[in-house]
Design a protein around this ligand. Sequence first.
Ligand SMILES: NC(=O)c1ccc[n+]([C@@H]2O[C@H](COP(=O)([O-])OP(=O)(O)OC[C@H]3O[C@@H](n4cnc5c(N)ncnc54)[C@H](OP(=O)(O)O)[C@@H]3O)[C@@H](O)[C@H]2O)c1
Length: 300
Amino acid sequence: MVIRSVCVLGGTGFVGRHLACLLCAQGIKVRVPTRSADKAKQVLTPLPVEMLSADVHDAAQLARLFTEVDAVINLVGILHEQGGQTFRQTHVELAEKVIEAARVTGVNRLLHMSALNASPDGPSNYLRSKAEAEMLVQASGLPATIFRPSVIFGAEDNFLNMFARLAKWAPVLPLACADAKFQPVWVEDVAQAFVHGLNDASSIGQRYDLCGPQVYRLRELVAFAAACRGHHPLIVPLPNAIAYAQAGVMERLPVKLMTRDNFNSMQQDNVCGCAFPFGIEPARMEDIAPKYLSHPESGG
Ligand SMILES: NC(=O)c1ccc[n+]([C@@H]2O[C@H](COP(=O)([O-])OP(=O)(O)OC[C@H]3O[C@@H](n4cnc5c(N)ncnc54)[C@H](OP(=O)(O)O)[C@@H]3O)[C@@H](O)[C@H]2O)c1
């Protein structure tokens, strides 16, 4: 089936903006519901995207959003529970509602964003809720494809940029989970994988891990991000007991740099041994990230 129109939930986010751009470039009509029309306008202009203020947790609104679209892409996700948003509501219950609305409206393609290491036995509530959503999607009987990226980097990321910013103010950086491993993947490659998946019927029923070409320890990523901005902080790995306690304090701050649930996620290496799907050769972080990290104002 040729996909001509897509509703992208979470289309105003970091991944969503890149994906919307690629979909528009392919001549696909893109509909993006949002909780904030102002934010959507700011981040999606001048793309020819249909932006609609909507509550995607409302079944009736969701069904209206899915009317006359060929496919739905669900990118909605949170890294921290806050302001009444829970992992259960955002990952699991929303996935349930998306499946039901897709059935009711006859949408016959669903692409679902999960996360690497999502598993019912995963070490964190984030990973377990992502796994529960995956299971709902897989059991739905809909023609669905699931994507599971490692940490994603790109000009507006909240990961490398955060460390680059921190390094400016902290010549000594006490670091939790300094030896945790990651395989960062470029946001453009993630968006490309979704576009390929949309157009490739053989991806139906598949679950793809999305990782970049190289594995790094967290301390290496922090040193790299800092060095791109000309900083060379002393990175001091924190023992786990102190790191966990520190996360407990940090999660009470208005800006959450780290929570105990994040700490738990990092107890498992965020890496995969498989090739990137669809014949895409994922970009090297060293070829992309210095271009944006070297700008002092860059960041999500
Ligand atoms: N970034 C990474 O490194 C990474 C790694 C692995 C997996 N993922 C997954 O990839 C997906 C996209 O990540 P991202 O970095 O693009 O996230 P993001 O920038 O935070 O964007 C997520 C979007 O989802 C919408 N949203 C968030 N919470 C919502 C809620 N409670 N109800 C309704 N809409 C909500 C927001 O749209 P509005 O504000 O316009 O409503 C937001 O723009 C997520 O599912 C995330 O778990 C990300």
